[in-house]
Design a protein around this ligand. Structure first.
Ligand SMILES: Cc1cc2nc3c(=O)[nH]c(=O)nc-3n(C[C@H](O)[C@H](O)[C@H](O)COP(=O)(O)O)c2cc1C
Length: 168
């Protein structure tokens, strides 16, 4: 598929069917995160594939809609690249790129997703017993879109014009 077509095809899904994902689909999506660029190639991430009981536990701490699986992206902030002259830590940038890689990989195989940042961090840390040093950043909710459900947020088509977005 043409890359821009793939980018256009991906959209946030907030209502999923009961169809689960196959192991092959999950492996492809996770591989996209593995191959994502990161500052200095440090790869300061820990991914948690959430299914079954752990997914149910996570649902209590983040609005994951009725997704069938999810990938929690944690950063290892102590390991991430820090820009020397101003101390900027790039862990969140690395996490965001990995999440977007996974969302696009999912779209490429007909799997729908939604990036979730609205997470109760302390609750999630406790519910999943996350180790010290892991900072939960984003969750990618995964499944197949329920085409009969209305997208109540209707955010997808609101794009700033390129002429406004880009200065030259
Ligand atoms: C960092 C980040 C956090 C987000 N958090 C949430 C969230 O918590 N809940 C949600 O429903 N959508 C969330 N979204 C999805 C955005 O609302 C969505 O990407 C945006 O409205 C554009 O729509 P589109 O993804 O369909 O193109 C998040 C997206 C990003 C990039």
């Amino acid at each position: 598929m043409d890359f821009l077509e793939l980018v256009k095809q991906r959209r946030s899904c907030r209502a999923f069917t009961a169809e689960s994902l196959t192991e092959e689909q999950l492996q492809l999506i996770l591989t996209a995160a593995q191959l994502a660029p990161s500052a200095c190639n440090i790869q300061p991430l820990q991914l948690h594939l959430l299914r079954g009981e752990r997914l149910e536990a996570a649902r209590k701490c983040a609005w994951l809609y009725n997704c069938q699986a999810a990938v929690l992206v944690c950063t290892l902030d102590d390991k991430a690249w820090v820009r020397k002259h101003d101390g900027e830590n790039f862990a969140l940038a690395d996490a965001a790129i990995a999440v977007d890689h996974m969302a696009l990989a999912a779209a490429s195989i007909g799997v729908d997703s939604c990036i979730i940042g609205a997470i109760k961090l302390a609750d999630l840390k406790q519910a999943l017993n996350l180790p010290e040093g892991e900072h939960a950043q984003l969750i990618l909710a995964l499944g197949h879109a329920d085409q009969s459900a209305e997208d109540k947020l209707k955010l997808h088509d609101k794009r700033r014009a390129l002429s406004e977005l880009v200065s030259d």
